[in-house]
Design a protein around this ligand. Structure first.
Ligand code: AHG
Ligand code: MN
Ligand code: MN
Ligand code: MN
Length: 336
């Protein structure tokens, strides 16, 4: 029995992805190189987040983004780190970030075949109080070889090659899917490597937790209000669900993935398309949920079937345990 502290068969995220890529003989390792640059960005943001209070990274940057949100210093810093890391990888051609109004088209000399959509820092409202925050990303392949256009990123989520998030919490955890299941890696700071700690994550078929901002209840539509009522006052004799809401999508989704249950950011009268952005919040999390055996629904359709028309488009989202989402779909009259 090997002493765990010094296991010699360390499965790092780099080795893991290389193993997966070896199944595609034609792959030239481009994806592994792209991923290694995303991982670099996550490591950098992890240290910046951990030092935020000390490095005077708390507070506002004095700018607002296209979302009309006041940008935090860490929002801006994280965004710059990821844009620079992704461009320098030489494997990307279009980048879409929550913090940049326009998409970034990489210069031909540095151009690759991947389009990356990302939320460099998710849960910004939680930075100053030290609650978990994260980075979310999704990866598309350009549609074909001619000049890249926005159409290459306005693809349905089901066309993503890979999606993942990194959560900066009590530990730094990177959860990734390249279309063959979901795996979780934890940063070992002494090695500076992400080590496989959660192989083949599967979400429980049904959960006991619902996760929503109840403060919006006044403006919910009928089916959402009815569903939340059922969570609190079940009429089938089952016990009420617990409410857990952190306000960082990455943290709420990570808990849902591991413990089961449902996360919802519904439409409401004030925001008919909800709040969460399709490309870099809804799609990556929906991709992961489906890969883990769960599902993701917009109130009208399967989330991954949505075809966005604008890069910062929003959509309502109900995602999590398979059976729990089925209940919502029934209330919205969607066929299961
Ligand atoms: P971001 O910090 O990247 O702008 O995202 C914040 C999002 C998401 O993380 C979270 O689920 C949601 O905002 C919380 O919104 P409310 O505060 O309206 O509940
Ligand atoms: Mn924001
Ligand atoms: Mn976000
Ligand atoms: Mn953000």
């Amino acid at each position: 029995h090997e002493a765990d502290a010094y296991r010699t068969d360390l499965m790092t995220i780099t080795r893991f992805v290389l193993n997966e890529q070896s199944k595609y003989p034609e792959s030239r390792g481009d994806f592994s190189i792209l991923l290694s640059h995303i991982v670099l960005g996550c490591k950098f943001v992890c240290t910046a987040v951990n030092k935020a209070g000390l490095a005077k990274l708390i507070g506002l940057a004095g700018e607002t983004n296209v979302q009309g949100e006041e940008q935090k210093k860490l929002d801006v810093l994280s965004n710059e780190v990821f844009v620079k890391a992704l461009v320098s990888s030489g494997r990307t051609c279009i980048l879409v970030s929550e913090e940049d109004e326009e998409a970034t088209f990489v210069a031909p000399s540095k151009r690759g075949r991947y389009c990356v959509v990302f939320d460099p820092l998710d849960g910004s409202s939680n930075i100053d109080c030290g609650v978990s925050i994260g980075t979310i990303f999704g990866i598309y392949m350009v549609k074909d070889d001619h000049e890249p256009t926005l159409d290459d990123v306005l693809q349905p989520g089901k066309n993503m090659l890979a999606a993942g998030y990194c959560m900066y919490g009590s530990s730094c955890t990177l959860v990734l899917s390249t279309g063959e299941g979901v795996n979780g890696f934890t940063l070992d700071p002494s090695l500076g490597e992400f080590i496989l700690t959660h192989p083949n994550i599967k979400i429980p078929k049904k959960g006991k937790i619902y996760s929503v901002n109840e403060g919006n209840a006044k403006n919910w539509d009928g089916p959402t209000a009815k569903y939340v009522e059922k969570c609190k006052f079940p009429n089938d004799g089952s016990s009420p669900k617990s409410l857990r809401y952190i306000g960082s999508m990455v943290a709420d989704v990570h808990r849902t993935l591991l413990y089961g249950g449902i996360f919802l950011y519904p439409a409401d009268k004030k925001s008919p398309n909800g709040k969460l952005r399709v490309l870099y919040e809804v799609f990556p999390m929906s991709f992961l949920m489906e890969q883990a055996g769960g599902q993701a629904f917009t109130g009208k359709q399967r989330a991954l079937d949505l075809i966005p028309e604008k890069i910062h488009e929003r959509s309502p989202i109900f995602l999590g345990s398979y059976d729990d989402v089925e209940e919502i779909k029934a209330l919205y009259g969607a066929e299961s």
